[in-house]
Design a protein around this ligand. Structure first.
Ligand code: SF4
Length: 371
């Protein structure tokens, strides 16, 4: 659905100057005004879902990721079907409407594996499959020697409903070259999303900040999302979250936090990076800027998974109108050592006590229960 522009559009130059020179509360107030125009009723939504990571084997070995393992690592896994089905059953029993199905780029899994996986889930369960971020989709396409649109069509026919915006990090190839040299470049990430939207699939968009990017890179990222959304209207939400250095290659050394798989594997030479992880103020500034710049993306998610519930409450006055998911299970951020445990009731209470009306939604932001 294409959203009308809220008012005169902020330009890249204006956004950069706003980001660099306005104070935190000024940015927050502007973002809150935009949020109010788009969501005047003060409803803050969340989805009940579970992250299911079907494998932790990944050939990309991104420097900011603590989740990947080599195929021959003792703790490498590919989830068996029985365990997967149990997880979905449990999710449905807890009122879940969606699974977020994501994994690493496993060199021994082919397109048939993914198609059969989707078909086997859909045969058994009435649940939305939000799955496979653009790096996974490109890897499937390249391994099968077929195009991205063909791959998306095969996955959609097998039961894939919508696509998560993972793997975007910062859509600037200068930054990607440092963070994840083996990962798809910005243009391919955008190509997957555009093709998915053309097929009628909705997707989200994410941004991981707080590593080696400059303010200009953040603006390029936001502009790429806004430009594509103008053409397709396919993004349901934007989710900025901050780099979590624990146990990652990028975190080892300067921050002294690395103890994970990368240390056991092959440490790579240190690279130039900021001394400290993103602060609460950095998070709120990015969130507010995103709300202001992305006037055509209806929903902005607060990331309690990386920021905690209290910061997510504050985020509701800095442009966010959605709490994301209850995340019955989360493995990727947890592998960096950051783990907040919250229940659905905690989320409802946090939203209400911040002065908003909590509501459970589905993947497509339809309200299914108000509290
Ligand atoms: S971020 Fe994704 S693509 Fe990169 S190493 Fe981790 S699992 Fe692999």
């Amino acid at each position: 659905m294409r959203k009308e522009k809220v008012e005169k559009r902020i330009t890249r130059k204006e956004a950069l100057s706003l980001f660099q020179s306005s104070d935190l509360l000024e940015l927050g107030m502007k973002a809150d005004e935009t949020r109010k125009k788009l969501h005047p009723e003060g409803v803050v939504t969340f989805v009940v879902d579970r992250n299911i990571n079907y494998t932790n084997v990944c050939i990309n070995k991104c420097r900011f990721c603590a989740f990947w393992r080599d195929e021959n690592s003792p703790d490498a896994y590919v989830l068996g079907r029985d365990l997967l089905f149990n997880k979905i059953e449990e999710t449905i029993e807890l009122g879940g409407t969606q699974i977020l199905l994501q994994g690493g780029l496993h060199p021994s899994l082919d397109i048939d594996y993914y198609r059969e996986l989707l078909i086997s889930i859909k045969e058994r369960f009435d649940i939305n499959i939000h799955g496979f971020s653009p790096p996974e989709i490109c890897y499937m396409a390249d391994s099968a020697d077929i195009t991205v649109p063909e791959t998306l069509r095969l996955l959609k026919d097998a039961g894939l409903d919508s696509i998560p915006g993972g793997g975007a990090e910062i859509l600037s190839d200068r930054v990607r070259e440092i963070l994840s040299p083996k990962k798809i470049r910005s243009s391919r990430w955008l190509e997957v999303m555009e093709n998915a939207h053309m097929l009628g699939m909705r997707t989200t968009a994410t941004m991981m900040f707080g590593s080696v990017e400059k303010p200009e890179d953040v603006i390029i990222h936001l502009d790429s999302i806004r430009e594509l959304q103008d053409r397709t209207g396919g993004f349901t939400a934007f989710i900025p979250w901050s780099f979590q250095p624990g146990n990652t290659d990028l975190g080892i050394g300067d921050w002294g936090l690395g103890t994970g798989n990368q240390k056991k594997s092959k440490p790579r030479p240190p690279i130039s990076k900021p001394r400290f992880p993103a602060t609460a103020v950095d998070y709120l500034r990015i969130l507010a800027l995103s709300r202001i710049y992305l006037d055509n993306v209806e929903n902005i998610q607060a990331s309690w998974v990386t920021q905690g519930l209290k910061m997510a409450q504050v985020a509701l006055r800095f442009g966010a109108n959605d709490f994301g998911s209850t995340m019955i299970e989360e493995n990727v951020v947890a592998s960096t050592g950051v783990s907040y445990s919250v229940s659905k009731e905690d989320i409802i209470h946090a939203i209400r006590s911040a002065g908003f009306k909590p509501a459970q939604r589905d993947t497509f932001y339809n309200l299914i229960h108000r509290y």
